[in-house]
Design a protein around this ligand. Sequence first.
Ligand code: 0X9
Ligand code: ZN
Length: 325
Amino acid sequence: AKAQAASGYTVWKSYSETGGIADQLKAIAGANKDIVKLQSIGKSLKGQDILAVKVTTGARLLPDGLKPSTLYSATQHAREWIATEVDMRLLKYVIANKAALKDLLNKTELWFVPVANPDGYDFTFTEGNRLWRKNLRDVDGDGKITIGDGVDPNRNFPTNFHYDEEGSSSIPSSDTYRGAGPASEPETRAMDGLLRRIGFEMQLNYHSYGPLLLYPSGFQIATETADNPIYEAITGNDAKPAVPGFDPDLGAELYTTNGDTNDHAHRQYGTLSWTPELDEGCDGCGFVFPDDEALVQGEFEKNLPFALDVAKSAVNPVEPVNHLG
Ligand code: 0X9
Ligand code: ZN
């Protein structure tokens, strides 16, 4: 894909602009060959590489998925920019603190897919499209991306695909349009392929906005999974949440979904999989988190201890780690 013009924001970078997220991932991998390996997990609909990095001691020597593993994915939904920024800051933090995190990097793999929907994400940096959610599937085939287009990447997974008309939609103009069939979208197949190939113990799939910490099941109201006690031990509860001010809950308690990532990762691959719904950044900001370095850094720092708890728990998920004790 051709490079975009610089966005002009203080914090936010598109995927494909010079110095954007894709360039940053390549630079990070190039400068940290001892612990970082870069790869493409597949192409987006528009042909962009969906980049992933693996961070672990001996990253380029050891086969992928050898150690217990955690995936930090973000921005399936194009407009949820804070998700990518928190993911990137977590990646940069881990690298900057590799000495302190030596034990974790020796024993586990940390994976990052900061932009799971790069076409949609780049589209939200173009004028008038800041609130686009889905991928760039031209559903009506008119050669333009308009209201009737796009598939929701978080409704397109095979698990419970089209379970009902409430948890996803058959109408292309809906923001929860599930697509023509299970894994019809290349972005879904890229993520599913990675989930299957690595068999992660853990996944944090960052979205906005909450603040919430959601875990399976999402497809039915109040259906707990057999792993509910582990989810609760790591996530905490309303009185003592793992991220200050965030509400831990089953996904379906927010609203039901079918074909979503958490349920698919958990049901198909046994991955303990959360959706942190990050803060909006100000009252009424919604999906438009402010372009404010201090607020963005604060959101990252607030989420850091939980993110590390999850990775530490990957070593032995039946003995969950919660920094609050
Ligand atoms: O609807 C979604 O895909 C997620 N919310 S968002 O506002 N970021 O679009 C929530 C998915 C979590 N799962 C369930 N609520 N079941
Ligand atoms: Zn989302």
